[in-house]
Design a protein around this ligand. Structure first.
Ligand code: ADP
Length: 573
């Protein structure tokens, strides 16, 4: 039933005569048919948050309810695409209206003309259960797109045919519905799974500080604050390039237009190091910049996680990056204020925490409806104003996520990259991942990590003393701790994203490098005990070899680091 606009306040519109409206229905507003969503209902009057700029919209214009929630199209063509927050393909919009995207444009998320070669995985007479894989198409050079029965449909296959189809062509039918290459799904509903599993495998990133000290699990959640210039962009690019996920969903939410332009320009140029193909072959980008209406930010976050869940349901490990969740929270604050809701901390709505939680809870390692084991991981950037981590968005996020990579502008100033502070970061996955590390890297991985971290923590205490009395006043053993900590920082934690070899460090090499530094440390202590002079130990030429470890190519690192271990042993003997 159609109603009429009664009041317009920025991104919030009130419409009357909307009997039968339900929460989250999509409503088209005005003569330009702007897209909006029902967020409050009082009798036949509804409040709508509008996904497009409302300039010029006036009372009396029509409001047309679709009686459907905001949904995305799930089918081949998502990868390599760049979408706005409501899954409209940006390239299409630009083709229609130029660089400044006009309002009320409608464009289908999936290309209607493109043909895909479909190969069925089921045959006539088969019983199909919800979410089952019924066939596949080659979506990109590296990703085979499994075609899934919608998660809410069961039936028996009446017919199904191999062939070249566009997304709207029938590819066959069940007794209950016609099958196509895509189905729709409402973004605010988590896609169903059989069960959640314990996240007990790491999402390996190739970054030493992350994988060894603050690992994230496949299906895990992490937050990363982004003080300006601290290297957030580089960290995110590194993650997108190197994490051992099959599919990446990158959501630029409310960041400045030029930052998003960087991503849009750079990502298609980045090469996937594993396949040599463009990174876009396994990536989809969702761009929603700060000059787009605030309500669309929320949509972009939900659209992103729904796409990540969809590829998870095919059996892939997916990783979603949201930059930045603070901008989404600010949008919530703005809408909430306009709704005249009771404000909570710093004006954010009281439901800030529960909204963030319900988003991050969609991450997980799961058994899918089709029986596959796969995962969706979420890395959310937060941008605390002035770097103040005590503000509500950061605090609420930290209550939910299990890993915190604390980017530190002071480290970046000293050119220590990645500028992840080892004293303030944490990962709550180290225990659940312990078994994996011990089985796949080495039995002594946990103890090595603990030893190295103890040395780094001891360093920070000792440095305070050194500031007061100078390093010479310290006992020899503590001087060694300072030297080892320096090695750990410079030769292990620091990693140059722009160096051909150092940009990515495989797990085995990470382990071997750490083993070398710790073994050098132990031998220094032993040497001192047996009367060797401190300077001889500290100025050992071996330190140059240690400093060069990171530049050893991965295929040679095992042999060369083993040789270095022997050399250290020989030198001290
Ligand atoms: P932010 O996005 O936080 O403003 P950037 O990610 O653009 O900061 O990083 C700023 C600069 O710091 C980069 O241009 C680069 O020179 C340097 N940098 C950041 N991370 C690394 C890294 N891992 N290795 C080498 N240089 C880095």
């Amino acid at each position: 039933m159609n109603g009429k606009i009664r009041r317009v306040t920025g991104p919030l519109v009130e419409a009357e005569g909307m009997r039968g409206a339900r929460m989250h229905d999509i409503v088209y507003l005005g003569d330009e048919r702007l897209m909006s969503e029902v967020i409050k209902i009082k009798g036949d009057v509804v409040s709508l948050q509008v996904y497009e700029d409302t300039t010029g919209v006036k009372p009396g214009e029509p409001a047309e309810n679709t009686f459907e929630p905001l949904s995305v199209e799930l089918g081949p063509g998502i990868l390599t695409s760049i979408y706005d927050g409501v899954q409209r393909p940006l390239n299409e919009l630009r083709a229609m209206s130029g660089d400044f995207i006009a309002r009320g444009l409608v464009s289908k998320p999936l290309d209607r003309k493109k043909k895909w070669h479909f190969t069925p995985a089921v045959k006539k007479g088969d019983k199909i259960s919800a979410g089952q894989i019924i066939g596949s198409v080659a979506e990109t050079k590296i990703i085979e797109h499994k075609i899934l029965a919608p998660p809410n449909v069961n039936g028996v296959v009446k017919d199904i045919r191999e062939g070249d189809y566009s997304v709207e062509d029938p590819i066959g039918s069940l007794d209950t519905l016609e099958l196509k290459l895509f189905h729709k799904w409402p973004v605010k509903a988590a896609r169903p799974i059989r069960k959640k599993l314990k996240p007990d495998e790491p999402l390996v990133t190739g970054s030493r500080v992350i994988d060894v000290f603050f690992p994230i699990a496949k299906g895990g959640t992490a937050a990363i604050p982004g003080p300006f210039g601290a290297g957030k962009t580089v960290v995110q690019h590194q993650l997108a390039k190197w994490v051992d996920a099959d599919v990446i969903v990158y959501v630029g939410c409310g960041e400045r237009g030029n930052e998003m332009t960087d991503v849009l320009d750079e990502f298609p140029k980045l090469k996937d190091p594993k396949t040599g193909e463009s990174l876009m072959e396994r990536t989809t980008l969702i761009a929603n910049t700060s000059n787009m209406p605030v309500a669309a930010r929320e949509a972009s976050v939900y659209t992103g996680i729904t796409l990540a869940e969809y590829y998870r349901d095919m059996g892939y490990n997916t990783a979603m990056m949201a930059d930045s969740s603070s901008r989404w929270a600010e949008a919530m604050r703005e809408i909430s204020a306009r709704l005249e809701e009771m404000p909570g901390e710093e004006g954010y709505p009281a439901y800030l925490g529960s909204r963030l939680a319900s988003f991050y809870e969609r991450a997980g390692k799961v058994e899918t409806l089709s029986g596959k084991i796969s995962s969706a991981s979420i890395v959310g950037a937060v941008s605390p104003p002035g770097g103040d981590l005590s503000e509500p968005v950061t605090q609420n996020t930290l209550r939910i996520v299990r890993v915190f990579w604390s980017l530190d502008a002071r480290l970046a100033d000293r050119r220590h990259f990645p500028s992840i502070n080892w004293l303030t970061s944490y990962s709550l996955y180290t225990d659940t991942l312990q078994q994996w590390f011990e089985e796949n890297m080495s039995k002594d991985m946990t103890s090595m990590r603990e030893d190295a971290m103890a040395i780094l923590q001891r360093e920070s205490e000792l440095l305070e003393i050194v500031q007061l009395v100078g390093a010479d006043a310290l006992p020899h053993e503590e001087r060694i701790i300072l030297e080892t900590a320096k090695m750990l920082r410079e030769d292990f934690l620091q990693q140059d994203a722009f160096h051909e070899i150092d940009t990515h460090c495989p797990s085995k090499k990470q382990h071997d490098m750490l083993a070398v530094i710790l073994s050098f440390h132990d031998r220094c202590i032993q040497a001192l005990d047996s009367g060797v002079k401190l300077d001889d130990v500290v100025e050992s030429p071996l330190r140059e070899d240690i400093a060069k470890m990171k530049y050893i190519p991965s295929d040679k690192s095992e042999a060369e680091l083993k040789a270095l271990m022997e050399k250290i042993k020989g030198a001290f003997n």
